[in-house]
Every structure is written in structure tokens, then in C-alpha cells.
Design a protein around this ligand. Sequence first.
Ligand code: 3H9
Length: 700
Amino acid sequence: MSDVVSWAKEGEIGVITVNSPPVNALSAGVRQGIFDGTKALDADESVKAIVLICDGRTFIAGADITEFGKPPKGPGLRLVQETMEDASKPIVAAIHGTALGGGLETALACHYRVAIPSAKVGLPEVKLGLLPGAGGTQRLPRLIGPERALQVIIDGNPIPAPDAKDLDIIDAVVEGDLREGTIAFAQKLVDENAPLRKVSAIDVDASSLPENFFADFRKSIARKTRGFPAPEKIIQCIEAAVEKPFDEGMEIEGAGIAELMAGTESQALRYMFFSEREVAKIPDVPKDTPQREIKTAAVLGAGTMGGGITMNFANAGIPVTVVEMTQEALDRGLGIIEKNYRNTQAKGRLTAEDVDTRMGLITGSLSYDDIADADIVVEAIFENMAIKKEVFEKLDGIMKPGAILASNTSYLDLDEIAAVTNRPEDVIGLHFFSPANVMRLLEIVRGAKTSKEVLATCMSMAKTIGKIGVVAGVCHGFIGNRMLSRYSTEANKMLLEGAMPWQIDDVLYNFGMPMGPFAMGDLAGLDVGTRAREEFPDLFPIDPDFPVFADMLAKMGLHGQKTKAGYYKYGEDRSKSPNPDVEALIIAESEKRGIERREISDEEIIERCIYAAINEGARELEEGIALRPCDIDIIWINGYGFPSYRGGPMFYADLVGLDKVHAAVERYRQRYGDRNWKYSALLEKLAKAGKKFSDWQEFV
Ligand code: 3H9
């Protein structure tokens, strides 16, 4: 017996109970306890079968990730599993909550598995840059066939118990009390003298594998998994499960996980796992801060952003009223929302009923009076300070006391907006990313006077509507866009100095970005940025020292993908090729400005784009705009497509070494001045002390 694992007898059934909050992860203590419990109950002749069950909110949620990279303690998981599988009496796993990773692998080492209907099982290791390293790649193909096992392990998604039953991962779904149900299941096994079903002893059935299965599978995931080594290793393990005996397969699996564990990709993904949880914690806003109820919402503006934001509320079952200026704009907005839902329905991800329910939660209106009782209102209208101030004054006069007044501004000074109201403590920024119904990121802008209650409420609300909320302070562009502007500026400057858009795009794509800045411009529409710069010159000041090529192209009618030409030319099949007119335009512009074009290396492209963003991120930390490096990383991965296997820009900088990053930043500052390469004392101090961003707090 130990603090975290106990065992007892109930008639002929021995019950091992794990109780290691919060998620019963397989720490050394849990492994030791299961090992000892199994041995003890196996040796007890009065026990005829054993149940493995967990207290608390879940079955074992996996290996203890905090132990990774540390010297091993206690019995290894594989030894525990062998002990269970080799027991002389059947062991039944009783699953509730989530049996994930090592948790499911432990259940696979049991002879039978049962679960309650709400339980989920899965092998999510791939999301941590790993492979299931406790027999999952060898047992699952034996249990459910290699084709299905490969899909389950490569997806890494949790599978609801009823589906897991259909897939043969579990043997039964039990209704009612899990403990009672599993004991009854185990008793039945005893009564029927059921065999000990050792999954490792099952022969893999490869007869139904299509020809060239593995080669085709590799091709089918190549684009999605570029940069990630784990999927290829997983495929190799499943191949081994098909071709080799269990023990040899286990060796290949063991070597695979050891290699992945030591790699930077898995380090980055594990850091992301903890960072996603860390960003939810705001140091001066305790967990027990009172929160307001969000039962109804309102959105101002039914344009692209407003529509997407509206869908978020409806998706979460929150009734939402969307307000527009004209019936025509309202009809158009609501029409697009319905079309989006119908498209999802057509893909089979929503039923017609779901769509009707969601549309039923959305009400259109032309009057602010209809939203006075909403618990939160999100303004999603033009990025124009004068208009926003007018709107917030009006909201202040109309909204019920206690309502949260949120702005979806992506650049403007939230404090200036809040100042026009008599309740600046209720005003907050909710910066959604486009498309707002799809993108997971929500930058939550905390004004100087935003109350802790409002902030805590919005952080919880983010979770409710399926977003990952990250707090940012008030400044031009907040955390993400402020860094993006450094990144894009350098990309544009390099065009004038000697690079071509496709070279820069290729380098950044190969670095892992979903696309480079110029392909992105073509996708978003070059006219969009031009219009924004013309309408809001204060927001997007133009540097006289270098031309905005996007504006030049937009004025020539080259708006990007929608006009089949921008930086690239687009064929009917969406194929793209460099636009020679753009090349000529860029070269002419360099000549006009007397700039001698030079070869720009791939390394310089990475440094100038990514390091410029990192340097700005360091300044945001110094200024308190970002709470921690991980907040920046989460924003860049979820809002800008920074490759997760690099852990975000700040984690990447730590991997590169801050001395190297700092030296390059200084070199560029000297060459280009400090307009885009502002000095960061933090970066310098950390670099000189041989430290990392993860040590930043000691240095501010
Ligand atoms: C693995 O198993 C490898 C094996 O194949 C081979 C080994 C040889 N370890 O998410 P929550 C913490 S790899 C340590 O907020 P929820 C978490 O940090 C593992 N800690 O709760 C948080 O701490 P804090 C495969 C863990 O209810 C607290 O628990 N398994 C672990 O929203 C609550 O977590 C996975 O990848 C862990 N494994 O969601 C599953 N898991 O409160 C990872 C959680 O201090 N876990 N913590 O911030 C999850 O997906 C979710 O946590 C879960 C619960 C769905 C279980």
C-alpha cells in the first residue's frame, strides 16, 4: 500500500485503486504501487480476478510528463505491464475520464477493459512529439489490426468509449457504477473460467492490409507532418508489429521513443503542453477570483470577424444577438453564418439539427436597445478610434450594470476606448483571429483599469467557447501583431536589397511557417492591407525609406489569389508561379533608390524575420505587455502558425542560444538603425549571462 495506490478484496475480486491527483499520471509512486498491488493480489489464492480502477476525475492520463528527461526511479512501466500481463488471474481495467498514453497502454496490458460511456481512450503521444513507448505500438495492432491502430496512433485523438468498443479497444461499456459494473464483469470471467487474454500473444492479422499500405500512408500524411519526426517512427513501429515478434517490436519501439525524447521537437511540444496550461494562470488574479455569469452575449457587426465571433457563442450554446447598421448588412452576415454551418454539415461534422439549434441561438437586430441585457458585448466594427469611442459611449449608456464591454480591436489603445465610459473596469479587449470561428487563439487585452473579475471571467469564457486565452497588455498591436510587424518589415526590406518574394516565402515555409509573408498577402488580398493603410495612416505608418510593394501591386490591380495574380501568378488549378512583373518591379525599385542588389542567404532571411520578432518579444516582456515567454509562444503558434515543433519564437531562441540571437540582432541594428531593431536590455542581459528566456524573471 502507498499514498497513491491501495488494494483490497471484494469477495473473490481484488481491487487495485490508484489515487494520485490531479490525473493519476504514472509517476514512480503509481508504478510501484500497481506493481506491488498486482504481486500481492496475484499471490493471494483467495483472489480469482483483479480490477484496476482509479479515484478522482480520471483513469490514468498517461506517463508523468514532468518525469521525462530525469533519471528513472522505481520500476519501469514495461516491467509493471509484464507483471500484470503475466499474472495468473485475469486483470480488468475499469476506465472513466480519460485513459491516455501510458494509461491506455497500462489498460492494454490488462486482460480485459471496460469503460463507462463518457470515458475516452487514446494514444496522444504524437502530440508530444513521441510515440507510445509502453507497448502501445505493439499491442494495439495485435488487438485491433495494424491499419486501424496506425490511424489511432497517428491521429492521437481521444476516442469515446462506445467508438472504442466498436474498434475492439475495449471489451464492454458499463452503465451505472463503474466499480460495481467492473467487479461484476470480473466475477463473470471467473464464473465462466474465461481465458487470460494476453494482448502481446495475439498474432497480428496483416492479411487485410492493402498492397503498398505503408508507402501510401506515408505519402498521405507527408505534408501535414513535415518537420515532425514522430509519425515516421510510429509507422516504423507498426511495420515492426506486422513483421516481427512482440519482443523485437518492443525493442524498436523503445529505441524510437528514446530517440524522440532526446530531440528538440518533443522538448518543444512538451513545453507547449505545459505552456497551454500556464497561460491560464495570471499571477495577480487568484484562482478563486469571483466571476460573472455569461449566459447571453451580443456582437456588434456581422462582418467577417463579427460573424465568426457570433458563431463561437452559438457553438457553445450561448444565445447571442448580433447587431448591424442596415438590414442588408445583417441579412448578408447571417446568411454567411448559415452558409458556414451548412458547409460543416456537408462535411459530416454537424447534423442538420445541430445547425438549426445553433442558428436558433442567433438573433439579428438593428438596435442597440435589444442587447441592453446581454452579459457581454463584443464590438467588432471598423478599426477607427473615433467610431469605437462613439460606440463605447453608447454602450455605456445602454448596457445593464455588470455587463462586460469588449472590443475586438487588433491595434488600438484599449485604455483610450475605456476612458469614454463610466465603467472602464468593465472594458476589455478580446482580440479574435480570423477566421474567428476556427482559430483557437484569443488575445485578451487587459486595460489599465480592467477589473480582475472581468479578466477572470473572460479567461474562463475563452475556455467555454473553445479558445485558448492569453493575456496581453495595452500597446500598438498587442503581443502578436506588434512582433509580426517587425517580421514583415524585414521581409519587405530584403526585397529591395536582393531577395525575391518566393525565395523568402520558401525559406520561411521550410522553417515551418504555414506560408511565407508574400504568399500570405496574396491569400488575404493585397488590396486589404492597402485599404487599411490608406484609411488609417496613423495605425499603419509608412516608412518613407522603403516602398510598400503590396500597395504598388494592389494599385496595378494585382490583388493576389482572387485576381489570379499578386506576388505570384495563379493557374486555374491554384498552382502558383513567381510573377515576372513583380520581379521586374522590385529590381527597378532597387535601381531607382541606388541600392545595389546582393545575394541574401537563407540564414539571413530567418534571422532578419524571426530574430526581429524575437527581439520585439523580449521588449514586450520587459514592458510587461507579455506576462511570460510562454504567453508569446502560445500566441505565435496558435495565431500565426509558428511551427509547434519549434516551441514558439522565444523557445526557439533559447534552443538557438541567446548569445547567437543577440549578436545577430546587434549586427542588424548597426547595419539598419533601430527603427525595426529596437534595443532590448533584457535580451542583452540574458545573452551576456549565458541564460535563456526561461530565466527571464531574474533579469527584469
Ligand atoms: C506517455 O504516456 C508516454 C508513454 O507512452 C510512454 C512512457 C514510457 N503528466 O489538462 P488539465 C497536469 S505521454 C504530468 O488542466 P483537464 C497538468 O499539467 C503522456 N502532469 O486538466 C495540470 O497541471 P496544473 C500521454 C499532467 O481536466 C493538471 O494535470 N498523455 C499530465 O483539462 C490538470 O490537467 C497525455 O498526453 C501528465 N501526463 O484535462 C495526456 N496530464 O493544474 C495529457 C495532465 O498544475 N493530459 N497533467 O496546470 C491531458 O490531455 C489532460 O490533462 C487531461 C485532463 C485530458 C488528462
